[in-house]
Design a protein around this ligand. Structure first.
Ligand SMILES: Nc1nc2c(ncn2[C@@H]2O[C@H](COP(=O)(O)OP(=O)(O)OP(=O)(O)O)[C@@H](O)[C@H]2O)c(=O)[nH]1
Ligand SMILES: [Mg+2]
Length: 297
């Protein structure tokens, strides 16, 4: 018998409104930092896959941007399209919600869930639920509103119930040959992950509106066996954004670069030198051609 007769492999989409912990969950399930995380809504902007191979079973998780209902810009429209396309295209959907909470945005996600695929409800952040007796009525209300294939409450941050969640998912994975090598972690090149790590620091370290006006791309990447020299560029929408991003005496920017450099070193396991520049491109979030260049397709 060949491997493809005994092996299982499938795509599993993380779906849910912004900020429910989809990226944290994907990282926790795969055991590696693939998708960036911040306390702000709308952190994830691109579709990104995270791979977990356990013997004959390969899980290919697909993280997506949280479905946007608030803003109507070009960038958001593109992100929503990614979510729709992804959900139509996978074997299992995880509907990630915050345990005990249900908002109008969660409600809108329901209408996107594909009726023809098993959807597992994943109430996340159960570590934050003080009164655990609220979980049962919450779950029973949710399962009356939608026909979920299973419900698995978890804490992505603490790693609670993740093995159980993997078991539930495995039951719905088709018999198929593996899509990735056994040691693969993601479908994205390390350059992309590096740019994302810089964007994560901006989301975490810079005040409210600015992160949404920023994007990061890699301008130069010179790599040897032991070291890599990176020049990265942060794109902002207005000249007035530059001093905010720099901070007094350039301190903000220094901290962003230092923290990103550490994460990139951990990712590549080699020495990293990182220069980060700021460029002003008016209205980049609305420009079709520029959005394509930045990888929003
Ligand atoms: N207490 C607690 N916080 C969590 C848990 N999972 C995620 N978080 C936090 O929730 C926030 C959002 O997490 P993300 O993983 O970025 O959420 P997301 O759903 O990917 O968000 P978008 O990409 O913006 O749609 C972060 O501050 C996380 O640290 C959890 O299990 N418990
Ligand atoms: Mg995310």
């Amino acid at each position: 018998m060949t491997a493809s007769h005994t092996s299982q492999c499938g795509l599993i989409a993380m779906a849910g409104r912004p900020n429910t912990g989809k990226s944290t969950l994907m990282n926790a399930l795969t055991g590696s930092k693939i998708s960036i995380v911040s306390r702000r809504a709308q952190t994830t902007r691109h579709r990104i896959q995270g791979v977990l191979t356990q013997g004959p079973v390969q899980y290919v998780f697909v993280d997506t941007p949280g479905f946007q209902t608030q803003h109507a810009g070009n960038l958001n429209r593109k992100m929503n399209r990614v979510v729709r396309q992804t959900l139509a295209d996978v074997d299992v959907v995880l509907h990630v919600v915050e345990a005990g909470r249900w908002t109008a945005d969660d409600e809108k996600v329901l209408s996107l869930l594909p009726r023809s695929r098993p959807v597992i409800l994943v109430p996340n952040k159960i570590d934050r639920m003080r009164d655990k007796s609220r979980l049962l009525p919450y779950v029973s209300e949710r399962t009356q509103a939608y026909d979920y294939a299973a419900v698995v409450p978890v804490s992505a941050q603490r790693g609670t119930q993740l093995t159980h969640l993997l078991e539930e998912i495995q039951q719905h994975l088709p018999q198929a040959a593996h899509l990735f090598d056994e040691d693969a972690l993601t479908d994205r090149p390390v350059r992309f992950l590096a740019a994302e790590l810089i964007r994560e620091k901006i989301f975490r370290l810079v005040g409210d509106e600015l992160p949404y006006s920023c994007d990061v791309y890699i301008e130069q990447w010179n790599e040897t066996d032991r070291a890599v020299d990176i020049a990265a560029c942060v794109l902002v929408e207005r000249e007035s954004h530059r001093p905010i991003l720099l901070g007094a005496g350039g301190l903000h920017m220094k901290r962003i670069a230092t923290e990103a450099r550490h994460d990139i070193m951990r990712l590549l396991d080699k020495h990293v030198s990182l220069d980060v520049y700021i460029k002003v491109r008016k209205g980049w979030t609305q420009q079709e051609s520029l959005l394509r260049e930045l990888g929003y397709d």
